[in-house]
Design a protein around this ligand. Structure first.
Ligand code: C2E
Ligand code: MG
Ligand code: MG
Ligand code: MG
Length: 273
């Protein structure tokens, strides 16, 4: 009896697992089709300077699904990464972001704006990554010097030498690099100083309680100081209150992003000034 049950638990056909696998492959098929049908679009969130002026925006992908509605990236980026679909999806994102960048740079009110694009590890590591960026820039006519690519710590540390080479190729054209969610990964300071970066982004998890948690305050201030001593810009992410903004501003942070300044939305919703 016990043995039979034991054997039963080893059965391949676990209905819950089967259901999860079916849902996954349905989602995978949906993503594939969504790319072909142009269901992916970008929302933009403003990045402001110390004077509160918009300097540019971060592009955040959304999936306008015919049945599921507006799907946030957390619900499809991980599967897209696991299945390799992040490559065609990333290509689409790069194209849309560069197209918008070129549009903004043609208008006098938004001429100097930059656009930041998030890049997944699988995307960055692929041999086609650099050519994909070049293609997006050339087909849209966007200025490479106004494009920023946001990478994460873990992504860069898996193959430091190769990462540096890729970054240098794009940097020679003027493309900037930002280290996203800084402080949440495993950066070693020895690597950090070798990477050809332009910017650190303080993760929102440190900004959230910056006024009430002395550890978060210390970490945020340390990141600002570290960035400046390495000659890098620093952006605080997830700024929601005046109090957080004041604290960070007083401690030397010069760029901000968060609901206090604007939620991600369609490009047309972004106002110059
Ligand atoms: P991220 O790059 O760190 O982007 C910041 C996230 O914080 C965004 O979530 C944004 O909507 C949210 N956020 C902005 N301001 C605030 C605030 O004041 N408070 C709070 N609580 N949240 C705020 P979103 O759009 O859901 O994106 C989540 C993550 O998905 C991004 O984190 C990024 O890692 C990834 N992602 C987004 N778009 C792309 C993309 O085109 N390609 C890739 N590979 N990843 C993307
Ligand atoms: Mg980002
Ligand atoms: Mg971030
Ligand atoms: Mg993030």
């Amino acid at each position: 009896q016990a043995k039979a049950q034991g054997r039963n638990t080893l059965c391949f056909f676990d209905p819950a697992m089967q259901a999860a696998a079916t849902a996954r492959s349905a989602l995978e098929g949906d993503i594939r089709q969504g790319i072909q049908r142009n269901e992916f679009l970008l929302h933009y969130q403003p990045v402001v300077n110390a004077a509160g002026q918009t300097m540019g925006a971060e592009a955040l992908v959304r999936w306008q699904h015919p049945q599921r509605g507006m799907v946030p990236p957390g619900q499809f980026i991980p599967l897209a990464e696991q299945t390799g679909l992040i490559l065609p999806l990333g290509q689409r994102v790069l194209h849309l972001a560069c197209e918008q960048l070129a549009r903004w740079n043609r208008e006098s009110a938004t001429k100097g704006w930059t656009v930041a694009v998030n890049v997944s590890a699988q995307e960055f590591r692929h041999t086609e990554f650099v050519p994909q960026v070049l293609q997006a820039l050339y087909t849209t006519g966007a200025d490479p010097a106004r494009l920023k690519l946001e990478l994460t710590e873990s992504l860069l540390l898996t193959d430091v030498e190769e990462s540096i080479v890729k970054m240098q190729v794009l940097r020679n054209l003027g493309v900037g690099f930002s280290l996203d969610d800084f402080g949440t990964g495993y950066s070693s300071l020895a690597y950090l100083k070798r990477l050809p970066l332009d910017q650190l982004k303080i993760d929102q998890s440190f900004v959230r309680d910056v006024l009430t948690d002395p550890n978060d305050a210390a970490i945020a201030c340390t990141i600002v100081a570290l960035a400046h001593s390495l000659g890098l810009d620093v952006v605080a992410e997830g700024v929601e209150t005046e109090g957080q903004h004041d604290f960070l501003l007083r401690n030397g942070c010069q760029q901000f992003q968060g609901y206090l300044f604007g939620r991600p939305g369609p490009a047309e919703a972004l106002q110059p000034g």
